[in-house]
Design a binder for this molecule. Sequence first.
Ligand SMILES: [Ca+2]
Ligand SMILES: [Ca+2]
Ligand SMILES: [Ca+2]
Ligand SMILES: [Ca+2]
Length: 250
Amino acid sequence: MARKSDCRLSVRVDAGFTLVEIAMVMVIISIVFAGALAGFRGFRDSAIYSQTDNYLKESQISLFSFALSQGYLPCPDTNNDGEQNTELLAGGDTCTASSGTLPWRALGLEPLPPWDVPVLYAINTQVVAATCSGAAESVCFFENEQAPAFDLKTPPVAGNDGNGNLTITDSSGAVIADNVVALIASAGKNARQTAADCAAASADESENCDGDADFVMDTTRTNEADFFDDQLIWIHANTLKGQMRDAGIL
Ligand SMILES: [Ca+2]
Ligand SMILES: [Ca+2]
Ligand SMILES: [Ca+2]
Ligand SMILES: [Ca+2]
């Protein structure tokens, strides 16, 4: 009898330990899995940010190549077909909008950048309000009827920043770059949300999708209330002039 009782006790104790052990193992597995998943997502995201960075640099090089071969910078794409959109006006062609997506097809680039969302392409905001007349306007960087319509004296020059050129600041408002004629930006992993509702994004991200001449570049912030993961690259007017001068075009 005593032996039978010992046996039952042993089974209960073993079973109890087994259940506790199983529970502990499950908790450990879930912790390890959650950690591994977070690690995988972090690794995947950093790979896409890096890929985006490369895409932006490639796009910038393509814009310089376009300008060197055509004599002007392309207008933004406003209907997502990869081609720039221009309006034929009496004073010469002008851009349909100063902000849209990158005309990737016109630049010989891949159609879909990282995050599966076309990158923003913003240019001098006066392209929709002014026409190029005598190279005295910064919009002449986008004049496609005579190439090139701008010269070394086209604003920005000393004392004249050029109407409608773009400014990039950091989160504190400190200027990183001004007199920028063209800018390419990835809105990052929340690109679809910011495209659908720009005002709902953080203040710094809203600045990059509100269609004006001011942009923000800062370090990545992952807190939801102040999220920022936009990546920007741009073309300063003087850099473009320098490349065209070196190529003997200006
Ligand atoms: Ca188009
Ligand atoms: Ca973003
Ligand atoms: Ca803005
Ligand atoms: Ca603004």
